[in-house]
Design a protein around this ligand. Structure first.
Ligand code: ADP
Ligand code: MG
Length: 248
């Protein structure tokens, strides 16, 4: 199979006692193995809705989501949502506990990830002793613990200050590439999207449909921070910026 995920004509209407909201009108796309896709669009256009449907937190109204049975999804939110009363290791093990798949092998995998990404010495610490960037790495390792094939990242860096945000997006990018994952990242930060993604999907304002899809081709593509300095970066930035209906 060429794609690990295919979405066809996804539509979502939220029903509340007082109103119906058409959040996503029509969204179709295919994700290739190892690919990083960014979804950008104005606030409230339905980006989080798409990810929530993919990971089963919300039900779609219509459309198809086609995925092999053995493909696993992992979801990481804007807020790292670490449990303050659990130490770092136990935070990372929680997904495995919930799935009832915690065993020595899985635990070793988590410990290895903590080692590899500079958090092993903090495994017995509590989240409030860690910096925002470290917490976000812990949140990523917790997501990786269940060995997902596709990572869904919803504004994963927006709670961080600018400097931390740059370095954590570099870290997260490297980790996901090293671990050979595919990812869909939702962000309203266009520079972040261009620096990380292979493809960018621009959504219209709500009810969202796809306005445009950009293949991001950077000469000397490397890490997100370095990618920001490539000669094509501002070309894409200007072009995509004009496409987003920020104030519409
Ligand atoms: P984005 O992530 O692009 O900012 P969302 O997907 O969160 O947008 O929201 C899209 C639209 O759907 C918004 O108008 C929002 O108010 C509405 N919406 C989101 N979640 C719910 C919900 N659980 N119930 C009702 N309406 C919702
Ligand atoms: Mg959102």
């Amino acid at each position: 199979m060429n794609n690990i995920l295919k979405i066809e004509n996804l539509k979502k209407i939220y029903h509340t006692p007082s109103q119906e909201t058409l959040a996503v009108e029509d969204f179709s796309f295919e994700l290739k193995p190892g690919e990083f896709v960014a979804i950008v669009g104005p606030s409230g256009c339905g980006k989080s809705t798409i990810l929530s449907i993919l990971c089963g937190l919300e039900k779609k109204s219509s459309g198809n989501i086609i995925m092999d049975n053995n493909i696993k999804l992992g979801y990481m939110l804007q807020n790292d949502s670490l449990f303050e009363w659990r130490n770092i290791l136990n935070n990372c093990l929680i997904g495995l506990e919930i799935n009832k798949t915690l065993n020595d092998d899985n635990k070793k995998y988590v410990l290895d990830l903590l080692k590899k990404y500079g958090l092993y010495d903090f495994k017995d610490s509590y989240p409030n002793n860690l910096s925002g960037g470290m917490r976000q790495r812990v949140a990523l390792i917790r997501t990786l613990a269940t060995k997902p094939d596709i990572l869904l990242l919803d504004e994963p860096f927006s709670a961080l200050d600018y400097q931390t945000r740059l370095s954590v997006s570099d870290d997260v990018y490297q980790i996901l590439k090293n671990e050979n994952k595919s990812a869909i990242i939702v962000t309203h930060d266009l520079a972040e999207a261009i620096s990380m993604a292979d493809r960018i999907i621009v959504l219209t304002k709500r009810p969202s449909t796809i306005k445009n899809i950009y293949e991001i081709k950077l000469t000397d593509k490397s890490t997100p921070i370095k990618n920001r300095r490539t000669k094509e970066f501002s070309y894409y930035y200007d072009k995509i910026w004009k496409d987003i209906d920020f104030y519409a």
